[in-house]
Design a protein around this ligand. Structure first.
Ligand SMILES: [Zn+2]
Length: 415
C-alpha cells in the first residue's frame, strides 16, 4: 500500500493543469513534465515499446505471456488536471485509519472535509484517505487512474505466473478540456478495446453517456423609436423569450436524472434588432435525441411561418449540430468487454455500480474512433476542487481489477 501512496504522491505533486484557451497540444508546457517522467518509469518497470509523441501522448506495451491468441486490450488514463481549480503546489495529506469524523484540511483557512456534507466519506471508515491541504485540488482525477495502471503493469511484470495477452497502455493530455481523445492514435495503440480508469467511487462501471448536440437560434427584429413603434417595431428579445417558453418546462437539467434527457438554454444575448439563444440537447436514447433536434427545428419553422410575412424574410435562423454520441451504440455489439470488467469486480468482492453518465467521456470519443472504451472507477471523490480525496484501498482495488481483467481476457480467449 505504501508503494501505491508514494507513486500517487509523486504524480500529484507535478502540476499538470490544462488550459482551454491554449491551442497547442498539450495545452500547457508543464504537462510534459509528468509525461516524460512516466516514460522513464514505464521503461524502468520493464514495459516495451514505450513511446511519447509530439503531442505528449504516452504509450507502452506489456507483451503477452501465453501461447494462444488473446485479443490486445488497453488501459487509458489522463495526466492533466482540471483548470477549474489550482493544481500547483499540491500538498497531499494522509489520514490513516479514518475515524468517520471531520477532517481539517486547513486550520488557518478553516477548511474542513466533513461527512455531514460529503456523506460518501462514511463508507471509508477505517481506511487510509489522501486529501488536499485545502488550497488546491488533489488530482486523483486522473492520477489515481495512472497510479493504478502503472502499478498493475508492474505487478504483472513481477508475477509472470499470471497469464495474460498483450496489453497496451495510454496516457493522454488535456482530457479536462475535452481534447484527450482528439489526437489519440487509435491505430498505433492497436488494441481491440480498452478501458479508461477515470471513474469516481469504487465499483463504478460506465458504458453509456449522453448523445449530445447544440442549437443556436438567431432572432431578427426591427428597431423603431419606441414612441412611434406601433405596428412597426419587432422586438427580437421578446421573440427569443417566446421561443424559450415553448420548450418543455420539465425537461431541463435541474428537473431530470437517470436516463431523462433535456434541453438546456445556457446563453441568451439580445437587442431589439437581434437576439441569440444558445442551448444544448442531451438524451441517452439516440431516437429521442434525434426527435429533440427535430423539435427545435420545427419550432423555429413555426416561428418563421407566423412572423416572416410581417418581418419580410426569415425571422429566425436555426443552426443545429452534434457534439458527441452515446458510446453504448458502439459498446453494445461487444458487450463482453463490459461483462469482463463486471466479472473482474465480482471476483474481487467489489459490487459493480453500473450507471449511465450524464455527460460525455473521452471513452465515448474513442469508441467512435474505433476503440470501444468503457470507464472504470479510479476511486476518487469530489473531483475538480479542494475537497477532492481518494481512499488508498480503492486505488488498490482498481489495480487488482486491471490485473483481473487482463487475466480473464486470456482465459476467455482460451475457451
Ligand atoms: Zn478524469
Amino acid at each position: 500500500m505504501q508503494h501505491i501512496i508514494d507513486r500517487f504522491i509523486s504524480y500529484v505533486t507535478v502540476d499538470t493543469e490544462s488550459d482551454p484557451s491554449s491551442q497547442t497540444c498539450p495545452s500547457t508546457e508543464k504537462q510534459w513534465d509528468l509525461a516524460n517522467k512516466l516514460v522513464e518509469e514505464l521503461k524502468q518497470i520493464g514495459l516495451e515499446d514505450v513511446t511519447i509523441d509530439e503531442n505528449a501522448y504516452v504509450m507502452a506495451t506489456l507483451p503477452s505471456n501465453v501461447e494462444h491468441e488473446v485479443p490486445t486490450i488497453g488501459f487509458i488514463a489522463h495526466f492533466d488536471t482540471s483548470p477549474d481549480f489550482s493544481g500547483a503546489n499540491v500538498k497531499p495529506q494522509i489520514v490513516t485509519n479514518y475515524d468517520g469524523g471531520d477532517i481539517v484540511l486547513n486550520k488557518e483557512l478553516n477548511i474542513v472535509l466533513s461527512p455531514s456534507y460529503f456523506k460518501d466519506l462514511l463508507q471509508y471508515k477505517g481506511q487510509t484517505l489522501i486529501t488536499t491541504d485545502g488550497t488546491t485540488l488533489l488530482g486523483a482525477d486522473d492520477k489515481a487512474g495512472i497510479t493504478e495502471i502503472v502499478s498493475a503493469m508492474e505487478y504483472l511484470v513481477q508475477h509472470p505466473e499470471i497469464k495474460h495477452g498483450k496489453i497496451r497502455i495510454g496516457f493522454t493530455p488535456d482530457e479536462e478540456i475535452g481534447r484527450g481523445a482528439h489526437l489519440f492514435d487509435v491505430k498505433k495503440f492497436g488494441a481491440e478495446w480498452a478501458y479508461t480508469m477515470d471513474g469516481s467511487q469504487i465499483g463504478e462501471l460506465e458504458y453509456e453517456n449522453f448523445n449530445a448536440g447544440y442549437a443556436k437560434l438567431t432572432f431578427s427584429g426591427k428597431s423603431v423609436h419606441p414612441g412611434y413603434a406601433k405596428g412597426k417595431m419587432i422586438n427580437s428579445i421578446l421573440l427569443a423569450n417566446k421561443f424559450i417558453n415553448k420548450l418543455p418546462k420539465d425537461e431541463v437539467p435541474q428537473k431530470t436524472t437517470g436516463y431523462e434527457g433535456f434541453f438546456h438554454v445556457h446563453t441568451v444575448s439580445g437587442s431589439i434588432e437581434e437576439s441569440v439563444v444558445e442551448l444544448i440537447i442531451r438524451d441517452h436514447n439516440l431516437k429521442k435525441y434525434e426527435q429533440r433536434k427535430v423539435f427545435i427545428d420545427k419550432l423555429a419553422k413555426k416561428f418563421n411561418k407566423k412572423h416572416n410575412k410581417k418581418f419580410g424574410g426569415p425571422i429566425v435562423s436555426c443552426e443545429i449540430g452534434d457534439q458527441y454520441f452515446n458510446m453504448k451504440q458502439k459498446v453494445e455489439p461487444v458487450m463482453h468487454i463490459v461483462d469482463t470488467a463486471e466479472q473482474a469486480m465480482k471476483d474481487l468482492g467489489i459490487k459493480p455500480l453500473i450507471k449511465a453518465i450524464r455527460g460525455g467521456t473521452d471513452g465515448s470519443q474513442l469508441s467512435y474512433m474505433g476503440l470501444p472504451c468503457p470507464n472504470i472507477f479510479a476511486g476518487g471523490h469530489n473531483f475538480h476542487g479542494k475537497y477532492e480525496y481518494v481512499p488508498v484501498e480503492s486505488m488498490v482495488k482498481a489495480t487488482e481489477v486491471i490485473v483481473k481483467i487482463a487475466e480473464l481476457t486470456a482465459t476467455n480467449a482460451a475457451k
